[in-house]
Design a protein around this ligand. Structure first.
Ligand code: ARG
Length: 467
């Protein structure tokens, strides 16, 4: 910036007046954050513009100085977008880099921009703006993923597959029903990001260092200019909480958990043993040694990103724990986990959307699997209750015996001779076979939200309206 002078012997720090020595190398090394927080440049410029205009409107700075500042900020924006802006470690963070550059560009008026402001309310504002955008972007990505799932569910609303519990065949479902389960999950995830956004949408700017400002600032004006609903109500809280970041990371962590489950299912379904789905060449990888391989790397990486994302939540929760009010430098460590988590989530959502759109199910193999493992045993028990008025526990016992007998004979329930069934329960008639096919089993589950294709199609129609 300027050469060392009597007033500022260190010649570089914005707080040079009180200091007579430069920071040690290690001080600078641990303190510097520009490498990370340069990502806040657009938010930092937006905050500075709003603050500058408010200072002008309140006659805290002159129109002339204000215009000079706004012009300088314009130049800085052009430099940053043009790739010529000098990001310098010596100026610690994005706020000081912008201010130092502003001083080089416009000289004295630059020093008036920081009137009634502190980096504490500045960074809190910038970071809220960034996280708010990230929540909005994630909401859009979730919608895109949901649309892809709804489209695939529509195509496969009538295609049977085994439904599992404990990853053991349980009852037949449809692939459409299975995919729509994730549409519900991702819908709640989107709701969590929207809730977090609504709660975070209050403006810290004007809290200044911690106690507010003696200048006649207009916090409502800056809040409105930056798209916030209102200024935050307590200046200490405004500069010192990062719950908005934690809440977004919680939403990200839960969402990553959902993604990991679908990713895991794709991995399992793609094994030759299952053979339920394949992915096209461009979404799989091969092996450098085993020529036969087609690996679901993208799904595995989506599954793994959960570690980073949930790790980020733990990291920031731990940073924030036990911090006294108001600002502490610990809070500079808030940005890396948030950037890392949202970068990972962005990739994971995009990769999952691409995989869902490209998935090639094998309805024949899934249908065969749906009918194996005595998957309609519950239907037999239900029939005994409905038609013969057996208590369910008794019906369950009879059915268990039927499964045991079928297993011994090496046949399906469908193929178990009527005489065998009648040995176990004399009232059984030929009509029972109607409920023992996987198709009948699925079609009978007409309860709201059940797997019957009509039900699934109704939920698909609901979601199409909402998306
Ligand atoms: N780089 C700092 C951060 O991210 C900006 C705020 C610095 N405030 C301070 N009082 N040292 O938190």
């Amino acid at each position: 910036m300027s050469a060392p002078s009597d007033a500022n012997p260190t010649g570089q720090s914005l707080w040079g007046g009180r200091f007579s020595a430069k920071p040690a190398d290690i001080m600078q090394a641990i303190n510097v954050s520009i490498g990370v927080d340069k990502r806040l440049w657009a938010q930092d410029l937006a905050g500075s513009r709003a603050h500058c205009r408010m200072l002008m409107a309140q006659a805290i700075i002159t129109a002339e100085d204000g215009e000079a500042i706004l012009g300088g900020l314009e130049t800085i924006e052009a430099e940053i977008t043009g790739g010529t802006f000098p990001f310098r470690d010596q100026y610690e963070d994005i706020h000081m880099n912008v201010e130092a550059r502003l001083s080089e560009l416009i000289g004295e008026p630059s020093g008036r921009l920081h009137t009634a402001r502190s980096r504490n309310d500045q960074v809190a504002t910038d970071f809220r703006l960034w996280v708010r955008d990230a929540c909005d972007r994630t909401g859009e990505q979730l919608k895109a993923l949901q649309r892809a799932l709804v489209d695939r569910a529509d195509q496969h609303a009538g295609d049977l597959m085994p439904g599992f519990t404990h990853l053991q065949p349980a009852q037949p479902v449809t692939l459409g029903h299975h995919l729509m389960a994730y549409v519900e999950m991702f819908g709640r995830d989107a709701g969590r990001f929207a809730d977090a956004r609504a709660r975070m949408n209050e403006c810290p700017l004007g809290a200044a260092a911690l106690a507010g400002s003696p200048f006649a600032i207009d916090r409502h004006a800056t809040a409105t200019a930056l798209g916030f609903d209102r200024p935050m109500g307590n200046s200490l809280d405004a500069v010192s909480d990062r719950d908005f970041a934690l809440e977004s990371l919680s939403a990200a962590s839960i969402c990553a958990g959902h993604l990991s489950r679908l990713a895991e299912e794709i991995v399992v379904w793609m094994t030759p043993q299952f053979g339920f789905v394949t992915l096209p060449d461009d979404l799989t990888t091969g092996s450098s040694i085993m020529p036969q391989k087609r690996n679901p790397d993208a799904a595995e990486l989506v599954r793994a990103k959960t570690g980073r994302i949930t790790g980020s939540l733990i990291a920031l929760s731990t940073v924030m724990k036990g911090l006294p009010l108001a600002y502490s430098k610990d809070m500079q460590e808030d940005k890396p986990p948030v950037f890392e988590a949202f970068d990972a989530l962005d990739l994971a959502l995009s990769a999952m959307t691409a995989m869902v759109a490209a998935l090639r199910p094998d309805p024949v193999r899934m249908r065969v699997a749906a009918g194996s493992g005595f998957s309609t045993a519950t239907d037999l028990a239900d029939w005994l209750v409905r038609e013969l008025n057996l208590p369910f526990r008794r019906a369950h016992h009879v059915t268990g015996a039927a499964v045991k007998r079928a297993e011994a004979l090496g046949v399906d329930l469908m193929q178990l001779p009527l005489t065998e069934l009648q040995t176990l329960e004399p009232g059984v008639t030929e009509a029972v076979y109607k409920v023992l096919s996987p198709e009948a089993s699925c079609a009978s589950r007409q309860s709201f939200g059940g797997t019957a294709p009509d039900q699934v199609r109704a939920r698909i129609a609901d979601w199409r309206r909402r998306l």
